[in-house]
Design a protein around this ligand. Structure first.
Ligand code: ADP
Ligand code: ADP
Length: 230
């Protein structure tokens, strides 16, 4: 069985003006070590799918399962990095932002959590910012810290929702490359949302194309053969 499976996934929002169908009967799977990119125009439901996988949004129909078990609510096995730069706690250092969730949710000793956190921060190139506070960091560095926090918890699937979209072009390129280096090194399983075709081809081993609102599956493309960088 695949690590992760969505079958007939349908997502609705209930609003004052009625029910909005954001995602309509979408199917996809993610194998271990695979990088699946959800690609489609703005409003096609990519973020909604990611939120459902994260456990923030419940399917109206269909199913989502991880290792064969239905997903119920959020969990440290599926962690999200969002587009926004304000994902860190402003009153904690970068090191403690990454270490804190390990202490809180894994009941790890502080010293051990800090060791794992420092290692994750090293992997994203933030070894010199361990004692900095978030407000002193650039947008790119904040995103690196958010990525390190997710990596430190070793999730089964890392979920990323346009994590580089708000960065300047040069920083975005650097971060895309660094993410790919980390992914190859660690065999990261990734579900990545973007509307940028270049980014999708760069990051993904497979692309899952969604139609405009409400999102339905158009097709899934294997793009691992395009990976000429190794
Ligand atoms: P994408 O990430 O592809 O831009 P979204 O998942 O954000 O798409 O949105 C899909 C559709 O669901 C859009 O039509 C959007 O307006 C609608 N939608 C998203 N979030 C909500 C919400 N909280 N309430 C009502 N409608 C929403
Ligand atoms: P994205 O970058 O995914 O396109 P948006 O700017 O469309 O994000 O949406 C940002 C936030 O607003 C999301 O949390 C989404 O759920 C919410 N949202 C989007 N569309 C609507 C809507 N029609 N009604 C209420 N909330 C919405």
């Amino acid at each position: 069985i695949p690590l992760f499976e969505a079958r007939g996934l349908t997502l609705d929002y209930v609003t004052e003006r009625g029910t909005v169908r954001a995602v309509d009967a979408v199917d996809f799977t993610i194998a271990e070590g695979e990088r699946l990119v959800l690609l489609g125009p703005s409003g096609c439901g990519k973020s909604s799918i990611l939120k459902a996988v994260a456990g923030f949004l419940e399917p109206s129909a269909g199913s989502l399962s991880l290792r064969g078990s239905a997903i119920r609510g959020p969990g440290p096995d599926r962690l999200v990095v969002f587009q926004e730069f304000d994902q860190l706690l402003p009153w904690k250092t970068v090191l403690d932002n990454v270490a804190f969730p390990l202490v809180a949710t894994r009941r790890m000793k502080k010293a051990e959590a800090r060791e794992i956190a420092a290692d994750a921060l090293r992997r994203v190139g933030l070894e010199r910012a361990l004692d900095s506070y978030p407000h002193t960091l650039s947008g790119g560095m904040k995103q690196r810290a958010a990525i390190a926090r997710a990596l430190a918890a070793s999730p089964d699937v890392l979920l990323m929702d346009e994590p580089f979209a708000a960065l300047d072009a040069l920083t975005r390129l650097q971060m895309q490359r660094d993410l790919m280096d980390i992914a190859r090194e660690t065999g990261l399983t990734l579900l990545f949302v973007t509307h940028d075709i270049d980014e999708a081809v760069l990051i993904g081993t497979r692309l899952h194309l969604l139609s405009a609102h409400p999102g339905r599956t158009i097709t899934t493309l294997d793009v691992s053969a395009f990976d000429m960088r190794d």
